[in-house]
Design a protein around this ligand. Structure first.
Ligand code: HEM
Length: 240
C-alpha cells in the first residue's frame, strides 16, 4: 500500500526521542505523586495515597508502555513474529496496569463515599480503556493466534493501525484531562499554589505528554526508505 514519501527522513532519531520523552513523563509523574503528594499505598488509612497509584499507573503503564509498543514495531530488530509478540505483550501489560490504575480510583472513591464516573475525564478514560481492550483482543486474534488468513490480515492491518493510533491519542487526551482535573481539585481546596513548583511540574507533565504523543504518531507514520527507493514504493505500514 503506497503512502506518503518522507524521502530520507529516518525513524531512528524519533524512536530515541520517544524513549527519552517517555522516561521524562514517568519521572515527572513519580516526582509529583511521591515527592509532592506523599507517596503510594494500596492499603492505608490515608486514602490520598491510594488515589496516587492512579496517575502513576496510567502514565507508567498505559502511556509509556503503549508508546513503546507502537515504536517497537518500527525500530526493533528481529523477526515479524518476535515483533508482534513483543508488541502484544507490552500492550497487555499496559492494559493490565490501566485496569489496576482505575481500580485504585474506584477504591479511593468507595472508601471516601465519592460518586464514580461523573467527569468528562472519567468517561473519556473508560471509553479509551474499553477501546484499547477491544483493539488488543482483535489484534491478537487476527495477527497472532489463531491468526487470520493472509488476505484477512492485509485487509485488517490498515484499520488496526488507524484505530491503534486513535486509541493512543485518546489515551494521551485522557491523561491530559486527568491532570487538569487533579490540578483543579487541588487548587480548589487551596492544596496547590497557582504558580507553585508543583503546579509547574504538572504543566510540564502535560506538555511532555503532548510531545510524546506527537513523536509516537510521527514515528508510526514515518517510512524510512533507502535512498534508492522510488516515491511510489514508500511504505509506512508494515506487512501483516
Ligand atoms: C490514560 C490515562 C488515564 C485514564 C484512562 C484515566 C481514567 C480514569 C477513570 C476511568 C476515572 C474514573 C474513576 C471514577 O470515577 O471512579 C478517573 C478518575 C480520575 N483520574 Fe484518571 N485516568 C488517566 C490518567 C490520569 C492522570 C494522569 C491523572 C492526574 C494526574 C488523573 C486524575 C484523575 C482524577 C483526579 C480522577 C477523579 C478522582 C476524583 O474525582 O476523586 N487521571 N481516571
Amino acid at each position: 500500500m503506497a503512502r506518503w514519501n518522507w524521502g530520507r527522513v529516518s525513524v531512528l532519531p524519533f524512536t530515541i526521542l520517544v524513549h527519552l520523552v517517555g522516561i521524562l513523563c514517568v519521572a515527572l509523574v513519580l516526582v509529583w505523586m511521591i515527592h509532592f503528594r506523599g507517596g503510594l499505598a494500596w492499603s492505608t488509612s490515608n486514602q490520598i495515597l491510594i488515589f496516587n497509584i492512579h496517575p502513576v499507573l496510567m502514565i507508567v503503564c498505559f502511556i509509556f508502555l503503549s508508546s513503546e509498543a507502537i515504536v517497537h514495531f518500527k525500530s526493533a530488530p528481529g523477526s515479524k513474529f518476535y515483533k508482534k509478540t513483543i508488541h502484544s505483550a507490552l500492550n497487555a501489560i499496559a492494559l493490565t496496569g490501566a485496569i489496576v490504575g482505575v481500580a485504585a480510583v474506584f477504591k479511593f472513591h468507595k472508601e471516601l463515599g465519592i460518586a464514580n464516573l461523573y467527569s468528562l475525564h472519567a468517561w473519556l478514560g473508560m471509553l479509551t480503556i474499553i477501546l484499547f481492550g477491544l483493539q488488543w483482543m482483535s489484534g491478537f486474534l487476527v495477527f497472532l493466534f489463531p491468526r487470520g488468513a493472509k488476505k484477512t490480515r492485509g485487509r485488517v492491518l490498515p484499520w488496526h493501525v488507524f484505530v491503534g493510533l486513535l486509541v493512543y491519542i485518546a489515551a494521551i487526551s485522557s491523561a491530559e484531562s486527568g491532570i487538569v482535573e487533579l490540578v483543579a481539585l487541588l487548587q480548589g481546596r487551596n492544596a496547590m499554589g497557582k504558580f507553585s513548583p508543583e503546579a509547574r511540574l504538572a504543566n510540564c507533565l502535560g506538555l511532555s505528554l503532548l510531545l510524546l504523543g506527537a513523536l509516537v504518531v510521527l514515528s508510526s507514520v514515518l517510512s524510512s526508505p533507502s535512498p534508492a527507493t522510488k516515491p511510489e514504493d514508500a511504505i509506512a505500514i508494515p506487512s501483516p
